[in-house]
Design a protein around this ligand. Sequence first.
Ligand code: FES
Length: 124
Amino acid sequence: MYYSKTVTDYFNNPRNVGEIADADGIGIVGNSKCGDIMKIYLKIKNNIITDVKFKTYGCAAAIATSSMATEMIKGKDISEATKITNKIIINKLGGLPDNKIHCSCLAEQAIRAAVKDYVNKTKK
Ligand code: FES
């Protein structure tokens, strides 16, 4: 299977792996196609994502896309972060094989879930 140089780099050296103990928003999503899971932790101040960590129990494409997505949302406003789509992430990574496109949905969905969690918590 062909992976771009960037995908291979982000898989071998994933950025922002880990957990945030006092996260302001947590998103956990599963991939309906393969059962793999991504968990994302956000620290948010004044609606800006100040820190982000992730854990992905999935394939190389899932780890690379999760890793790239965390870099893309760090420092962004939460409304901007939720506009990031799997297509934007794939483009940044130099593409993905067709049968791996579904793997890139984890990051997009997990970011939205984590922001939703934050919004719900702050409403209370
Ligand atoms: Fe499950 Fe890629 S095969 S996320």
